[in-house]
Design a protein around this ligand. Structure first.
Ligand code: FES
Length: 79
């Protein structure tokens, strides 16, 4: 199944780890080039109240995203 990942590149999410997360996802994408689509997007307005960093995975908003969490969810989806 193809996976669409939107990474919030707003200031808060970037500071809270989305730059590292983007790098991890780009590495993962090298392994599954056909199945993973990555898009950097502007602030989703979910970052208030300790919810950053934020990622959207196939339309589902994931708050407090970590590279480990997102990478393992994507691996489950592309299997
Ligand atoms: S900066 Fe990412 S949701 Fe606002």
């Amino acid at each position: 199944m193809a996976v669409k990942v939107k990474i919030c590149m707003g200031t808060h999410c970037t500071m809270m780890g989305n730059l590292n997360l983007q790098e991890s996802l780009e590495n993962l994408q090298l392994e599954y080039p056909e199945q993973i689509e990555i898009e950097a997007i502007k602030c989703l307005k979910f970052c208030k109240g300790d919810k950053a960093p934020v990622v959207e995975l196939n339309g589902k908003i994931i708050t407090n995203a970590s590279a480990e969490k997102i990478v393992s969810e994507i691996i489950e989806l592309v299997k």
